[in-house]
Ligand binder design. Sequence first.
Ligand code: NAP
Ligand code: ZN
Length: 349
Amino acid sequence: MKTVGYAAHNSDAHMVPYHFERRDLRANDVAIEILYSGVCHSDLHTVNGDWGPQSYPLVPGHEIVGVVQSIGTDVTKYKIGDKVAVGCMVDSCQACDQCDKGEEQYCRNGLTMTYGSPDRISGDITQGGYSKHIVVREEFVLSLPENMDLSKSAPILCAGITTYSPLRTWGVKAGSRVGVIGLGGLGHMAVKLAVAMGAEVTVLSRSKKKEQDAKAMGALGILASSDEEAMQAAANSFDLIIDTVPAKHDVTPYTQLLDIDGTLVIVGQVGPLEEPMTIPLITGRRRIAGSLIGGIEETQEVLEFCAKHNVYPECEMINVDQINDAFERMAKGDMAHRIVIDMASLAAE
Ligand code: NAP
Ligand code: ZN
């Protein structure tokens, strides 16, 4: 199938329109017309080559919402016209213990990412959601709850599941004291989801600039990491902190904010951190952990959770030709929301 997207042709270049082919449908494939595609900081890291060399041209995008256009002969879960979504993964071995548990993101044989990964069968490099169409095997397609607003749902597919999964893993419930470091795409979803779970949520931001946004999302307010006095006063006051900072940083000022047995979960920086001080860990059985997106079952769960609790990302809609500008803005980190591409702005031919 011929399609068109926006691709980076090397790590320095701006993304430009790119015509390419999606594979012919295999028996278990679903072809999707993409309506909306969220813009994640991981797209920026990948295009820039921050996580190692990439295969270019590269079409990023792993927060995908659309409608089923056609299905393979063995597909039973979806029919033409269904509202569907795709997140960060499009395949895994489906045979190991992790896949059996529905934790395909930890597949022992390696997951296939939505873009920039070799396809398990053909070896072709996968291309993502900044495009008109995508073909994905049925098991990795999510169903959008009937009452969901498609134009506001795309960021749930990465920012949503990546923060929902640790909130669930660490048992956040009514009254839990949750801190969220960085009020960006992931951070603002962490706030909204934790608030919907009944937690008391505080945003740990570099300054108080985003306080109004934080409060509008249900957070108690902002604790500015630059305010040493306030940071001292907040010692021992969190059960769980979700760290979404997309760069190398020092976690020690934050581990001190955890109560005994508290956990700091890193979902942001994929790479080195500054050397952490172990004293807060040892003297309070505090932990530093990490977490990668979430499995397909849990991604379906967060979609249902958002529909039920009316939790939607804050989406700023852009046309696809504004994507390079969006990347520049995201690099600055001053948005407290997610940018979403309206794919109708990309002409089919
Ligand atoms: P984002 O929208 O750019 O938000 C990141 C936030 O971090 C910013 O809004 C800012 O918040 C803060 N920040 C930015 N630069 C900073 C710096 N140099 N030092 C300290 N704080 C800084 O990014 P995102 O889309 O949420 O993604 C965040 C990170 O998560 C990225 O590294 C991405 O690759 C990663 N990620 C991981 C997974 C996973 O599975 N673990 C999944 C998706 C994304 P304040 O202004 O409030 O400080
Ligand atoms: Zn992402």
